[in-house]
Design a protein around this ligand. Sequence first.
Ligand SMILES: [Zn+2]
Length: 451
Amino acid sequence: MKKITWLLPLVVSTMYVSAQKKNDRKILSNLQLHVSYLSSDKLEGRRSGAPGEQLAAAYIATQMQQLGLTPKGDNDFLQPFLIRESREPAASCSFTLNQVPLTLGSQYIPLPFSAAGSAKGEVLPHVNEPDNIWLVNIAELDIDNKKSMLEEYLKQTQIAEKSGATGVIFYNGKESAATVLQWLDHNLPPTGIPAVWADQAISKKLDDEEASSFQINIQLAFNQVKRTGTNVVGYLDNKAPKTVVIGAHYDHLGFGEETHAATKTLHPGANDNASGIAAMLEIARFLKSARLQHNNYIFVAFSGNEQGLFGSKYFTSRQNLDLSTINYMINMDMIGRLDNAKGLQIGGIGTSPGWPGILTAVTDKATHLVYDSSGVGPSDHTSFYRKNIPVLYFFTGNHSDSRQTGDSADTINYEGTLSIVKLICDIVSKTNNQEKLVFSSTREPQVTARK
Ligand SMILES: [Zn+2]
């Protein structure tokens, strides 16, 4: 009997350790499942508004439902929002130079303020006359350095239009086709005449001193394109007076369209930011069973991050969200490459005088943490900080695969991600019996690289 009494604590503690290990293994396998699916080829890099983003949103919504969260979007778990409206050249555009058709998007690009419609003429080099198409050599212009090149093109088009030009072709510009394609994101009101940018090879032809005249025929049409993104929002309602928001963005770069890269290659985005979404889902699973009932919890998977934090800006500006009840927000963006030598970066600890004490209580000296006081950074916590909400931002650092095609599921440090999941669960647990965190404003660093 004595022997058994002596053995009992050992048996209980061994049972506890093995239950913990089993639980860890379960979380690890879930993290792997989430990251593998979200970064798979099928999801095509999860670009906001693209079919792959919708598949990812459906996956996250299903996971939230299976976890027993309450839908908190506008359409069940989904919260669609407008990213931008842009005028994009239609495929029916054409431009022939001496009867030779040119290629839209590379050899020529309609400028964002161009009129739709056509212009036709026989144009003499260096002769710009009324009722004809003008050829404008950008290299010969006196450029106002205070203006952007796009503003300069607009100014020159307005001058040409006033002088009776029927269309204008700009050549010898220093910018690349990729830059001009990015200008199309500006939804500018159209001028009265077609305006087109020509690439280096076409510029060379137009610059030809030997040419007698150019037969030019331009026909331009535009589509008004609406880009939408979709946040996924789930709720754990504990009937508490205050709410914790736990979020991560799930959108990524698709085939590199945002950077208008010449070669379209799939950007899987395993670390950026399937890792953050996987962690968010596992934290939700923990909180669903943990009975930490002095806070409610909102879990948000943001979209539109890569275009400029559109999803979190939309979420925090919604009228149906009472910001005064939000205790704090935790954001995870790229937490899948934990390297103990570099440490885990935690941003936002200056956003509440309560954070340092909480973090000291739940971390030990063996964990290499790199703190940043600022509430502002290149990710979605910034949108909450801007609404005077305390934030914490978790990030395992940039690496050579960041925002590149090599950011794949097999490069993720799942044990490291598990340790971050546990740390965040400890932080949330610690705040269960505490008052609502007090907000404090912080320094504003210059943001240089997006994550
Ligand atoms: Zn990111």
